[in-house]
Design a protein around this ligand. Structure first.
Ligand SMILES: Cc1cc2nc3c(=O)[nH]c(=O)nc-3n(C[C@H](O)[C@H](O)[C@H](O)COP(=O)(O)OP(=O)(O)OC[C@H]3O[C@@H](n4cnc5c(N)ncnc54)[C@H](O)[C@@H]3O)c2cc1C
Length: 1010
């Protein structure tokens, strides 16, 4: 069968091989002149065709015009377009229009004024008219809702000598069910188009290339839609799953003579997309077929290297394939995402750099035209003209490349190029309006971007000279204007590791191996600068594999607890003698030690706490952040604050340490929470006795070692291991304890608070308690929520680290209209993720912490079955402390499962009538820790901001993963007492304020400057 597709090895176009324009230099003048001439030729051909892409007589043209003039309107308009398809009634459309556009009166375009009661149309009718107009606008960019729908559009384009590549729009793929549907839709689309194409006349200009006949049917596929659990750190697993789903599409493509292109999405998926593409097209079934393609995004700094790698690969393969060269559609996302993660920005940040790189990539591809076919994916006449001229320069036959543009964009340019004899192909999206809106918004943004060629040409009428200038010149000018970077000393969060980077994966695997080779060691206590062992030992086990003992720690009795207490009391003066600066420097050193030992600590958390890779890394990064943030903040607080302003008197507000701080920490953030409380105590000048959780004692040992290595004075930080009821109780009740920092359950927290009121003989001060307890956190899903975002956000908030975070979502309150679809997608998504040993890079969820937790949670699940409807219970490995991810639906707001803290992977879904009802349910527990809302209604967002009783509220965002300084963390009601960790008020709680007022007047004389 493959014979039919055997690649015809026709003589290759002649290829010279001069070098590209060296970086930083302008293009040789003669080449630039030729490009200018070619560009002018295209513009002239356009003029004779007429037409504009922003015709202001049309609704779309008006909207574009407004958007380009008014940034705020643009944001509101595009957000409104985004939410529109999810609005079920005219009343909802009207309400949203008011919420989005009524502010700032005169800025509302007349088309909206009428709908807001200022014109003649009733709001309901106006809403209908607006919805119709937006739908029309979407139709400008989307060829049809189904393959059948799109056919007439595609055939019409073919008549105009424009070929197509069909793309299926879809919601974000959250489950394997959705991936299956996507795959099947593709198969149906290929069959459908292929069958119809048999009746299509061949049009040589678009149906042939330099090498021979081309398939008339051409489709573009997005990998992210074919597998819901792509995880680049589970590289082989993800690659296999993707290849598996692609093979049926590839097989059908060969059978039906269809071209398949793999689109390129976010940077995170770039390498895996290229790897899947290369692997597949080398498989025997596909190796000789020339109609495969992949995309390179020239805005990526990596892209020229990728082009070179692909050219070498193509040479080795022998049968050409296509590379669609584009600049890239995710520029805003990539820059924002990189900034949020504090990762290097993968894209160029000067627009003209992307243009230059586009030309460089194109040049390399054209030099290799014998092995690779170039598809020039650009609406920019300069970019297209440059490629055409370079093709001439290298003697590449014009039929050896094609020019691709998006459907609905740059039609005058397409027509001009067709007239000039080029092969032009349109990227033709097909699909429903709902996912179509995301696509539409991307196109609107692209058209109105300040950097857009189309905007410059068609809206701003920029001169041909400027439009066609060498982008290298623009880069030079732009770089000359960039101000020198000022180094600031503001706090910055430690970046999380990107496990997509192979070196990180390898280093962690190595660290895991090393740790496993040294399991079972003994770890002592640390008192007064010395290691102390006892004759009682506690085993720390791997919750994924309880037979694996990570190590043994010495268990303290009250005797060692007393020794630690004495050491802490005695070392108070030496810590007091250290300046705040010196204490801060010690914290910075601790942070450096954590950073140095990062892989070792991650590996330890994976095995000891049952954290998955990212969760473990997040905990180490947060511990580093606490040290660095508190170190910096102490310097701020240490500056005496001058109070009042009268002559003859000075008055200064200062803080001083309280004394000995007893730190009692939980196991769920075994390094971060413990570090936060120890660091907070230490940097403010309090000496510390810490008692970590019994489940994660070895991580605590490494924290102790880090303080010792960083130079904490002898006895200023002490480590006691053992049981809360025994040593914990002893330490908190001790007469010398000035401060108790506790994070853990409500029961223990309240017990401690109850006990601190009982004054011990010899006790000199009232103890202060900084206490963080639990939550019963809820996420509200509004009717107009973006479910792509909401489902993913809720899922991770509920099941990340097995729901064992005090911030975890354990209730989701969904408004009636959104309820069925949300529940369906949530359950399907939950079915698709993997529960496995934490060490497994493809695990989404690992085990719970110990057998006690496992038994308790399983019992609560059993009880809940009589109260609520069980919608989903996942599968778990047989060994280990696993609890299946569980979702209950139709829960009553007062059901136990909706009231009691579970601290496990159990989610209760509750239906609410409206936003007020949802808020009442959300506030109807004794806790107030974290909460979330997914909504696209500005009014509902404001209402929830004002009325949701939580310490940390997240809008359109998951509710876990608070970051130091960005999201200071902590709650109230029964969730805790004290100021937020990682925030500006935190350290103050560890100290007593002191004001010193001095009369500076002596016999009527006072110093001039006070
Ligand atoms: C047929 C076709 C298929 C496509 N397929 C894909 C695909 O699979 N994956 C994908 O990601 N894109 C794809 N695109 C590209 C994308 O959708 C845009 O159309 C394209 O990037 C616009 O570039 P341009 O040359 O037409 O316009 P221009 O106006 O010249 O360039 C705009 C582009 O410049 C880049 N840019 C904007 N601001 C900056 C800045 N400050 N610094 C650096 N660069 C900047 C961005 O990439 C932006 O899109 C495709 C485009 C076409 C035509």
């Amino acid at each position: 069968m493959l014979e039919r597709f055997q690649f015809k090895k026709t003589p290759a176009p002649a290829i010279a091989n001069p070098e590209m324009t060296p970086p930083g230099e302008l293009m040789p003048e003669n080449l630039q002149e030729k490009i200018k001439a070619k560009g002018e030729q295209i513009f002239n051909a356009m003029e004779s065709e007429g037409g504009s892409i922003f015709n202001k007589d049309w609704w779309y043209g008006k909207i574009m015009d407004w958007s380009m003039k008014n940034e705020q309107f643009k944001t509101q308009m595009f957000r409104f377009v985004d939410v529109l398809p999810s609005l079920q009634s005219s009343a909802e459309v009207s309400r949203h229009m008011k919420e989005y556009f009524s502010e700032g009166g005169e800025d509302i375009p007349s088309i909206f004024n009428m709908g807001l009661g200022l014109g003649s149309l009733a709001p309901g009718l106006m809403a209908g008219a607006v919805k119709k107009n937006v739908t029309e606008m979407a139709r400008m960019f989307i060829t049809g809702e189904s393959g059948q729908d799109a056919l007439s559009v595609l055939k019409k384009s073919r008549k105009n000598k424009i070929a197509f590549t069909a793309d299926l729009l879809g919601e974000a793929c959250l489950s394997e069910n959705e991936a299956d549907i996507y795959q099947k839709t593709y198969l149906d689309l290929i069959s459908h188009l292929a069958q119809d194409s048999q009746k299509w006349d061949a049009i040589p200009q678009i149906d042939e290339d330099f090498f021979g006949a081309l398939p008339k049917v051409n489709v573009s596929v997005k990998l992210s839609s074919l597998y819901s659990q792509i995880d680049v750190k589970a590289w082989d697993h993800s690659k296999e799953k993707l290849k598996e789903r692609l093979r049926s599409i590839f097989n059908l493509a060969i059978e039906k003579n269809c071209f398949v292109n793999l689109d390129m999405e976010q940077y995170e998926l770039k390498d895996i997309t290229l790897a899947v593409f290369k692997d597949l097209i080398m498989e025997p079934a596909y190796k000789n077929y020339p109609h495969w393609g992949v995309v390179v995004q020239a805005y990526l700094k990596d892209s020229l290297n990728d082009v070179k790698m692909l050219a070498d690969f193509a040479r080795a393969r022998g049968v050409p394939f296509t590379i669609r060269l584009v600049k890239g559609a995710y520029w805003d996302f990539e820059t924002i995402h990189a900034a949020q993660q504090q990762w290097p920005v993968p894209v160029y940040t000067i627009k003209a750099e992307s243009d230059v790189n586009y030309e460089d990539c194109a040049e390399h591809l054209l030099k290799n035209a014998k092995f690779i076919k170039l598809a020039i994916g650009s609406h920019n006449v300069r970019s297209v003209a440059a490629c055409m001229v370079m093709a001439e320069k290298y003697g590449v036959d014009p039929r050896a490349y094609e020019i691709q543009m998006l459907y609905g964009m740059a039609d005058p340019i397409k027509k001009a190029l067709v007239k000039m004899g080029a092969r032009v192909r349109e990227y033709a999206p097909i699909g429903d309006l709902l996912p179509g809106m995301a696509y539409l918004v991307r196109r609107l943004l692209e058209n109105t971007s300040n950097e857009s060629f189309l905007r410059s040409k068609f809206a701003e009428n920029m001169s041909t000279e400027t439009l066609l200038r060498d982008p290298r010149e623009v880069v030079k000018l732009a770089k000359a204007k960039i101000p020198l970077q000022v180094v600031d000393d503001k706090f910055k969060n430690e970046a999380l590791l990107d496990f997509g980077i192979q070196a990180h994966q390898e280093n962690l695997l190595k660290a895991l191996q090393t740790l496993k080779a040294s399991l079972g060691k003994d770890y002592p206590l640390y008192i007064n600068g010395r290691e102390v062992t006892t004759n009682k030992w506690l085993e720390s086990k791997n919750p994924s594999e309880p037979s694996q003992v990570i190590g043994r720690v010495a268990v303290a009795s009250t005797q060692e607890a007393e020794q630690a207490m004495q050491a802490a009391v005695q070392s108070l003066p030496s810590l007091k003698n250290l300046s705040a600066k010196a204490r801060s420097e010690i914290l910075d050193k601790v942070a450096d030690i954590f950073a140095r030992d990062r892989m070792k600590l991650i590996a330890l958390e994976i095995l000891e706490a049952g954290k998955t890779w990212e969760e473990a890394d997040g905990d180490i990064a947060e511990a580093i952040d606490f040290c660095r943030y508190y170190a910096k903040d102490m310097l701020r607080i240490d500056r005496p604050q001058a109070m009042g302003n009268v002559p003859g008197e000075t008055s200064f507000y200062t803080y001083q340490a309280k004394g000995v701080s007893v730190v009692i920490a939980p196991w769920n953030f075994p390094l971060a929470i413990l570090t936060g409380m120890v660091a907070g105590s230490f940097v403010t000048g309090n000496t510390v006795v810490m008692k970590p959780a019994e489940q994660t004692p070895i991580i605590a040992y490494f924290l102790m070692k880090a303080f010792a290595e960083a130079g904490a004075p002898q006895g200023s930080v002490n480590l006691i291991q053992g049981y809360g009821e025994e040593v914990g109780e002893y330490l908190t009740s001790h007469k010398s304890t000035a401060l108790i920092c506790f994070t853990g359950s409500k029961a223990v927290g309240l017990h401690i608070m109850n006990k601190v009121g009982q004054i011990q003989p010899g006790q000199k001060s009232v103890k202060r308690v900084i206490c963080e307890m639990g939550g019963k956190n809820a996420v509200i899903i509004d009717n107009d929520a973006d479910l792509d975002e909401a489902v993913g956000g809720v899922l991770y908030s509920a099941f990340g680290y097995q729901g064992q975070k005090c911030s975890a979502a354990s209730r989701v309150i969904v408004l009636e209209e959104a309820y069925p679809r949300f529940v369906e997608r949530l359950v399907e998504a939950a079915k698709s993720f993997k529960v496995a040993a934490s060490e497994d890079p493809s695990a989404y969820m690992g085990p719970v912490i110990d057998d006690e937790a496992q038994t308790r949670i399983l019992k609560m699940i059993e009880q809940a079955k009589s109260e609520c409807q069980l919608a989903f219970q996942g599968k778990v490995p047989a060994q280990g402390y696993f609890v299946p991810p569980t979702i209950f639906v139709d829960c009553k707001a007062d059901a136990r499962i909706a009231q009691d803290e579970i601290f496990g992977p159990v989610l209760a879904v509750i239906k609410a009538k409206n936003i007020d009802d949802a808020l009442a349910i959300a506030n109807g527990t004794e806790y107030a820790l974290t909460g979330g809302l997914f909504s696209r209604s500005p009014a509902n967002i404001e209402k929830v901001k004002a009325q949701f009783e939580v310490g940390n509220l997240y809008i359109n965002h998951g509710i876990t993963g608070a970051m130091v300084e960005r999201h200071p963390f902590g709650g109230f009601k029964m969730s805790g007492l004290g100021s937020k960790t990682g925030g500006p008020d935190y350290l103050i709680q560890f100290m007593d304020p002191k004001v010193v007022t001095e009369n500076t007047l002596r016999r009527g004389f006072a110093p001039a400057e006070e």
